[in-house]
Structures are given as structure tokens and as C-alpha cells.
Write a protein that binds this ligand. Structure first.
Ligand code: ZN
Length: 259
């Protein structure tokens, strides 16, 4: 039932395994994906909560696990043509549950995809062509047709903004992909977390000043304005999604748990 609902809404389910050529999202469904999981990991099923709607009416959904004092928000996607982190998004809960005592340390909130319209159409922006990673009330916001005329004038960005203010996370991690590289970027007081991530994954740390300016970005607002640590995880564009997860799993768990 859950699988049908998800596919009907977005045309994508994060628990789909890749097709044999590594590029598709078909193949085994969620029940098959859990069939080989250890018994303790089978218990958890996501309880989805809708926090808003996209321009085209798709739900923006979160799920939570853990009951620890450290609050971490994982954003599975913000640019619709960057889905290399989708298996990381799907697998992270089971990996956390398999880590001893993790659920006592952390409350993890997963926002599956803040741009389901872009994902459905394989576009960077949302259904209005706005880049949802440039629409936040940071001091460097630049009004434009591509970034939005005002901060938070896109419903998806507003929903994520409100979620962050409500949750007051200790860390935000956002999955992206980069056209010719992979790396970990950070904003706010999170250089030590980026370094730790780098050591465990081999992804080098790339500071924001080494990247083209990103006015109004989520990193600028969360890290710069709010002072909340935020890591921007850039997978290599086109990286096979299970490989992307395997090479970053230990690093992701380490920064999620790092208090
Ligand atoms: Zn991106």
C-alpha cells in the first residue's frame, strides 16, 4: 500500500533497488529490500507526516526515528535532477537502527525530498523553475526569476524553513550531486564535522568560498544566519546509488551521531 501511494505521488520510491544496469529505480520493492535485513532492523516502518505541498500538490513528507537528545535533519534531495543520494536516504534509518545505542543518542528527522515536482520531471528547479536552494532569507539572497522574487516565495522552501525553525536541529545534512566531482561542503560551525566526514569517506572538504557564490542558499541561511551546522553532501553526478551509499555510510553515521 505504501509503495503504491508513493509511486502515485512522485513516480519514485527511495527503497527501489537500482535496475541491473545501475541507472534505474526498478527492481526489488521495499519488502524485498527488507527481506535480507537482520531481524532487529525489520521492526521499523516509516510513519510519514506531511509538512506541506509542492507547487503541483505533491506531499512533502518527513519521518522520524530515535529518541535521543541530538536532533539531526537529513534532507534527501532539493535539486530534482540530483538523485544520487536516494538510496542513502532510504537506507540511513536501517543503518542507524543497526548501530548500538544510536536511537538513544539521536532523533533523526528525514525529509524525503523537498522538490518532488523537480524529481518527477528531472529538473533542478521546482515546477516554476525556481532553484529551491536559493530561496532562503539569508543576507546574500538575490531576487530573480530563477531564485524567487522574495525569500520563501516557493511553498517547498517555506515548508523546509518552517521545519528547521520548529525542529531546531543540531545538524542539517543535505544530499546533492555535482557534475564532475564529489566532496563535502559545510556552512556554520561544522568544519570539524566536515573533516570527520572526509576522513571516513575520502570525500575532500570543499569550503563554500571555494565554490561559486550561492546566494540565498540553504547553507547560507542555516549556517550563516542561524548558526546551525550544515553539511552539503555532493555525490558525483551519475554515481551508482548503492555505491554512493556504501562509500559514505560510515561517514554519515559518524556525523549524525557526533554530539
Ligand atoms: Zn544540488
Amino acid at each position: 500500500m505504501l509503495l503504491l501511494v508513493l509511486c502515485g505521488c512522485t513516480g519514485f520510491h527511495p527503497l527501489h533497488r537500482p535496475a541491473k544496469n545501475g541507472s534505474g529505480t526498478g527492481g526489488a520493492d521495499a519488502s524485498e529490500a527488507t527481506a535480507s535485513a537482520p531481524a532487529a532492523e525489520k521492526v521499523w516502518r516509516p510513519q510519514w507526516q506531511t509538512i506541506g505541498q509542492s507547487r503541483q500538490g505533491r506531499p512533502l513528507r518527513i519521518t522520524r526515528l530515535g529518541r535521543g537528545p541530538r536532533r539531526v535533519l537529513w534532507v534527501g534531495g532539493i535539486h530534482g535532477n540530483e538523485r544520487e543520494g536516494r538510496i542513502s536516504t532510504a537506507e540511513l534509518p536501517r543503518a542507524l537502527l543497526a548501530t548500538p545505542a544510536a536511537v538513544e543518542q539521536v532523533t533523526l528527522t528525514i525529509l524525503e525530498d523537498v522538490n518532488p515536482d523537480g524529481t518527477a520531471q528531472n529538473t533542478r528547479g521546482n515546477a516554476h523553475g525556481v532553484d529551491l536552494n536559493r530561496n532562503y532569507p539569508a543576507s546574500n539572497f538575490k531576487p530573480s526569476r530563477l531564485f524567487g522574487l522574495r525569500p520563501l516565495d516557493q511553498p517547498e522552501a517555506k515548508a523546509l524553513h518552517d521545519l528547521i525553525l520548529d525542529e531546531k536541529p543540531h545538524l542539517v545534512i543535505v544530499a546533492h550531486s555535482w557534475h564532475d566531482d564529489h566532496f563535502i561542503n559545510f556552512d556554520g560551525p561544522s568544519e570539524h564535522l566536515a573533516e570527520r566526514f572526509s576522513k571516513l569517506s575520502g570525500y575532500r572538504v570543499k569550503p563554500s568560498d571555494a565554490i561559486s557564490p550561492t546566494p540565498g542558499s540553504l547553507g547560507s541561511w542555516v549556517g550563516g544566519t542561524l548558526g546551525i551546522p550544515i553539511l552539503t553532501l555532493e555525490y558525483h553526478r551519475g554515481r551508482e546509488v548503492w555505491a554512493a551509499w556504501r562509500e559514505t555510510k560510515a561517514a554519515i553515521l559518524a556525523v549524525v551521531l557526533a554530539g
